[in-house]
Write a protein of this length. Structure first.
Length: 570
């Protein structure tokens, strides 16, 4: 065998030589080939005898071509990819990789496919230089890369049918983006900003990040809590984009050294979106973050927030009490406001006066009096709450308890016959009690006023249309102590429809602590957090991690998501 020369051998013989298949397996495949006329490599793959990588290895030995992985293909510049038309690339499963002088490096699965090589020569007037790659990795790279090419192509021709109201709505001079008169050199930036906004709204994203780097600007949007890159214009576009956004949100376009905050409103045919604009100077230029409020297309009801039936009944019981405090805790972006708004929708009724004090007002709800904070004119939580007490409310929503004064008013409201909803930044339900005591509320007042504390987190849900069963690693199973259980584990297949994440949408997991007489006694006695936690669990509280594991059992989310969103129970 020492004089074996792959360049004069057939693919089947190379695979035998590499000990990937046995001579008998090759015989079986060859006899099938007589009937089917299919290539030998594809027959062996369909029989499950070899993998795509094995075939790539054999081809690269036979033809002396280098192979290329999917990761490497995904790093290719869009301008090179676009040398080959998309339909041609898809039909022949080839991808342009690099261009040098009159050579074009291309990835293909079968380097002997002479008619495709010929067609590439005619199309591009360049000589193809072949790198071998697996069929499915070329297919998925084509999907992802041409999607990017289409997006950057749209930059040149995009004008979205959206109206932007400049600055604050008080003096709403509207801008219709389609017809606005713009000087020729600004026009491309207007289109670019429109495209970014349209793309973000279409994907139901919550934030847009425009981040300057050394050579280009990264534009990322937050979909289901995770940032996804949508385009990267060159760095010389940064100034135009930032100036355009400053004009729209009425900020000072001459100031580049200080952070600035502004707002604007986008009117679309079916919804209005409030946009908060924050600008921060970085070493490479100004970074912009746009927070889109009210862009989620979901109807606010308690039933679609991911509560298991028993927890939903408990939660409904406490929000229908005539007075007391209902607190929802969790970090920024854990869906606290959404749950509060859904609760208000649930108990809204003509016989009740509901007033909210928020910063910012995220969703506008008909039939509810919503007050927006304005710190710069002294309208903060504490000052507006004192006035609201004179407005005879039955139910009050306080956006967030941040300081002792707000906490004090909230507790007194709930003790004088009002139902108070609010949020606190804390890690779980028991630590929310500690946080409120830290703010200076006396234990006897806190114990008397609390009805229920609920901590929540959001986990991404598996894309239902691309769901597949898989076996997680032993390490992952052990981290959640699921070794003894017989669970079917699922994950989502990454596709362009789900931004190659395998996830689509989010659901909440909840930890509900009911303040019954036992719990009140612990708060009065200023007992430790651990004591409070153990009693709550004994009384039926499901800790966050356990709630996450229930979602894994139901096949709604994955182990990775639960590990990402929750900490280990002590």
């Amino acid at each position: 065998m020492s004089n074996f020369n792959p360049s004069f051998s057939k693919i089947g013989d190379i695979l035998v030589h590499l000990n990937i298949i046995t001579p008998e397996q090759l015989e079986t495949a060859l006899s099938e080939q007589k009937n089917s006329n299919e290539k030998i490599g594809n027959i062996l793959i369909s029989q499950g005898v070899i993998s795509e990588d094995d075939l790539v290895k054999a081809f690269s030995q036979q033809q002396g071509h280098r192979s290329i992985s999917e990761e490497e293909m995904l790093k290719i510049d869009q301008s090179i990819v676009a040398i080959l038309p998309e339909d041609f690339a898809k039909e022949n499963n080839v991808l342009a990789l690099r261009k040098k002088d009159d050579y074009l490096a291309i990835a293909m699965e079968d380097p002997e496919d002479l008619s495709t090589l010929d067609a590439i020569r005619k199309l591009t007037n360049l000589n193809p230089e072949i790198l071998v790659a697996g069929k499915s990795s070329i297919e998925s790279a084509i999907e992802i890369l041409y999607d990017k090419v289409r997006k950057s192509g749209e930059v040149d021709s995009a004008v979205a049918k959206i109206t932007i109201v400049k600055g604050d709505e008080e003096d709403g001079d509207e801008l219709d983006l389609g017809t606005e008169q713009v000087s020729a050199e600004d026009a491309p930036f207007v289109k670019l900003v429109n495209l970014i906004l349209t793309e973000a709204i279409k994907e139901n994203s919550t934030d847009i990040h425009i981040e300057p780097g050394r050579d280009n600007v990264e534009v990322r949007i937050r979909v289901d809590g995770v940032l996804i890159k949508i385009m990267s214009p060159p760095i010389d576009a940064l100034n135009g984009i930032v100036t355009r956004l400053k004009i729209l949100s009425k900020l000072n376009i001459a100031e580049h050294r200080l952070p600035q905050d502004g707002r604007m409103k986008i009117r679309m045919t079916d919804k209005e979106i409030d946009v908060r604009v924050s600008i921060l100077p970085t070493v490479h230029g100004e970074k912009v973050v746009l927070r889109l409020l009210g862009s989620g297309g979901k109807k606010l009801t308690l039933t679609n927030l991911g509560f298991p039936e028993s927890k939903l009944q408990t939660f409904k019981k406490w929000i229908n009490q005539p007075y007391g405090m209902v607190i929802i805790s969790g970090p920024t972006g854990s869906g606290k406001s959404t749950t509060l708004y859904a609760s208000l929708m649930e108990i809204q009724d003509v016989g009740k006066n509901i007033t909210t004090v928020e910063d910012p007002v995220e969703y506008q709800i008909p039939g509810i009096n919503q007050v927006q904070m304005h710190d710069e004119i002294g309208l903060n939580f504490a000052s507006s709450l004192r006035s609201i007490l004179r407005q005879d409310p039955d139910i009050l929503l306080i956006g967030e308890i941040r300081d002792e004064e707000t906490a004090d008013i909230a507790v007194k409201f709930s003790l004088t016959g009002h139902l108070v909803f609010t949020t606190v930044h804390a890690n779980d339900a028991p630590s929310t009690i500690a946080r409120l005591l830290d703010l200076g509320i006396p234990p006897f007042l806190l114990g008397s006023s609390l009805n229920l504390i609920m901590a929540q987190r959001l986990v991404r849900t598996i894309d239902k249309d691309n769901k597949e069963e898989y076996q997680p690693s032993k390490n992952d199973i052990d981290r959640l102590n699921l070794g003894k259980e017989n669970i079917k584990y699922f994950k989502g297949k990454p596709t362009t429809a789900n931004h190659n994440t395998g996830y689509k949408g989010r659901t909440a997991i909840h930890e509900i602590l009911e303040v019954n007489s036992d719990m009140r006694q612990l708060i009065y006695n200023n007992d430790s957090q651990l004591e409070i936690r153990n009693t709550a669990i004994k009384n039926g509280m499901t800790p966050l991690r356990e709630a996450g594991i229930d979602k894994i059992r139901e096949g709604v989310t994955t182990i990775d998501e639960v590990l990402r969103a929750t900490v280990e129970d002590h």
